[in-house]
Design a binder for this molecule. Structure first.
Ligand SMILES: N[C@@H](CCC(=O)N[C@@H](CS)C(=O)NCC(=O)O)C(=O)O
Length: 280
């Protein structure tokens, strides 16, 4: 059955529960794994949810084990939902590099062979996963979304394309303009084909230009992030936001690189930012 959840593990932390589940996804046509952190407050009522989208090479476990988000989520009464970054399995197309195929779904619905059969992470994250989470767990429909790198691209792009669905969005070192940088161009050419007009629906800078809803947006970027000049280019997002009078808070953090050490240093600010808007 499509919405049956199989519990993989259940771990008590900060008075709440970190749970991992497997389920059959209709969006991807594969078995998907995701994790949810239920804070202590979820034992007595429904809590709002922050969706976290991870970057290249990640599973649901990188953020859960490295970001240290659970302590503040427990304090704020915020559930955290952590999906995988792509469909996986023997029957799922893959590529040699770390930046295409399994672990690199880019949160798009692929239209090109061989990817189109399973790579439907946009539908999975926007529709299927929230419906599943809201049907099975004590959560409200107050949602926020955040992510890192490829997941920062996913979070910004998904929030911008779905007005009213999320109260706030944030990102760490996001790929803001994937149509114009090597990681995005490689993935979009494979998943979406050579017609670049189709890429724009998954490009946050373009989506920000045409967005109808101005939702609060926080972005952190480490200044020692080796991927920044070529792949991330936060200046492009800052310019588009300025041109469109968009409420973007872009913070440049001296000394920080692309890693989870950077995320762990600022995740508390992001959780408090989202909690404030989820409560409003
Ligand atoms: N050099 C990295 C490139 C990929 C990378 O930096 N991935 C980031 C997201 S874009 C990440 O979160 N990696 C997993 C981790 O640090 O736990 C690799 O080949 O693994």
């Amino acid at each position: 059955m499509a919405d049956t959840l199989e519990l993989v593990s259940s771990t008590c932390t900060f008075g709440g529960w970190h749970k991992r589940y497997r389920h059959r996804s209709t969006a991807t046509g594969t078995t998907m794994t995701f994790a949810i952190y239920l804070p202590p407050q979820a034992q007595g009522g429904s809590v709002p949810v922050l969706y976290w989208l991870s970057g290249l090479t990640c599973t649901d476990e990188n953020f859960a084990t490295k970001a240290g988000a659970q302590r503040v989520a427990a304090e704020l009464g915020l559930a955290l939902v952590m999906p995988d970054t792509s469909p996986r399995g023997d029957g799922v197309a893959d590529a040699d590099g770390y930046d295409l195929g399994q672990g690199a779904g880019f949160y798009v619905n692929a239209t090109q062979a061989p990817w189109a059969a399973h790579y439907r992470m946009y539908d999975y994250v926007v529709d299927e996963l929230p419906a599943l989470v809201e049907a099975h767990f004590p959560v409200t429909q107050q949602r926020a979304i955040s992510g890192h790198s490829m997941g920062g691209h996913g979070a910004l792009m998904i929030a911008l394309r779905n007005p009213g669905r999320y109260r706030s969005v944030s990102a760490f070192a996001p790929i803001v303009n994937p149509s114009a940088v090597p990681w995005g161009q490689k993935a979009f050419a494979a998943y979406l084909g050579e017609d670049r007009s189709t890429w724009l629906s998954y490009d946050s800078c373009h989506q920000l230009e045409i967005a109808v809803e101005r939702l609060p947006m926080l972005v952190d970027q480490g200044e020692q992030d080796g991927f920044m000049p070529e792949q991330l280019q936060p200046d492009v997002l800052a310019r588009v936001a300025r041109q469109h009078d968009w409420p973007l808070t872009l913070r440049r953090q001296p000394g920080y690189d692309h890693s989870y050490y950077f995320i762990a240093s600022f995740i508390e600010d992001h959780l408090r930012f989202h909690a404030q808007h989820l409560a409003a």
